[in-house]
Design a binder for this molecule. Structure first.
Ligand code: SAM
Length: 254
């Protein structure tokens, strides 16, 4: 199946869960992203892969206008409903692909993308689009799950993510993100890591992993090297398996 079909199938079915997910609505990476962007009231912002709109709606009260883009119509409907609920009228919603964005060159002051690039088939193409759309001096703000630099730890967490969600393509390590952003002609102003402890079973629930998929995931975790699991913070707490979701938060200027 084409990657875009996989994304629409995965997120189309789970759109309501993402709208209600406390981690997506209130995760610390959102507040930190907004804080680091130093937004001003005259700015025009683009939020790419907006999902249920949590980032776009956090930007909206702080800027003049937000355009929110996603590939999955059901996610956009959730985002639109949330905007109405919060009485936010400066957000428009557009169905489009992060790797081919239908906007004029240099037409945004800010481009954000939160918790989505690991679903993109071609991150350099997305970054080239972000660079094209930003005016000179404009800001790119990213948060996304990241991997250990070491291959062993990286392969383990990527295996876990791909089994959980078939629309997961590839997460980049902090060093890989740094290289990719600079190669797109954007200049890193800030890069930090954040961790969020998550309950594995709850994390599988958000993606609606069926029972046989869960059994396979637990079998693969048990068979993995201790080192690889520990590098990703997998451990049992009160009989429940938990892990550390690591995220990269980056701000770059055009
Ligand atoms: C986890 S959600 C995003 C969360 C959201 N940014 C937030 O802050 O809550 C991932 C989203 O990426 C979207 N997506 C995946 N690949 C995409 C692509 N190539 N272009 C646009 N959206 C894409 C999916 O449809 C989904 O809505």
């Amino acid at each position: 199946m084409d990657q875009r079909d996989l994304v629409q199938q995965q997120f189309g079915a789970q759109a309501e869960k993402y709208a209600q997910s406390p981690s997506h609505a209130f995760g610390r990476d959102l507040g930190r992203l907004i804080e680091l962007l130093a937004l001003r009231g005259e700015m025009r912002a683009l939020d790419v892969a907006t999902g249920a709109g949590h980032t776009a709606l956090a930007l909206a009260p702080l800027v003049r206008e937000v355009v929110a883009v996603d590939l999955t119509p059901q996610m956009l409907s959730q985002a639109q409903a949330l905007a109405q609920e919060r009485n936010l009228h400066n957000v428009t919603f557009v169905e489009a692909d992060a790797e081919a964005l239908p906007f004029e060159d240099h037409s945004f002051d800010v481009v954000t993308c939160r918790r989505a690039p690991h679903h993109f088939t071609d991150v350099p193409r997305f970054l080239a689009e972000a660079a094209r759309l930003l005016r000179s001096g404009g800001s790119f703000g990213l948060t996304d799950q990241t991997t250990p630099e070491y291959e062993n730890g990286r392969n383990f967490i990527e295996m876990f993510e791909q089994l959980r969600d078939p629309s997961h393509v590839r997460a980049l390590s902090p060093v890989q993100w740094h290289g990719a952003i600079e190669s797109a002609g954007l200049h890193i102003a800030h890069l930090e890591l954040q961790t969020e402890e998550r309950d594995v079973e709850e994390y599988l629930d958000v993606a609606a992993v069926p029972p046989q998929g869960r059994a396979e995931i637990y079998r693969r975790i048990a068979a993995a090297s201790r080192e690889a699991a520990e590098m990703n913070g997998f451990r049992e707490v009160n009989g429940r398996l938990r892990f550390e979701r690591r995220r990269v938060i980056a701000i770059a200027r055009r």
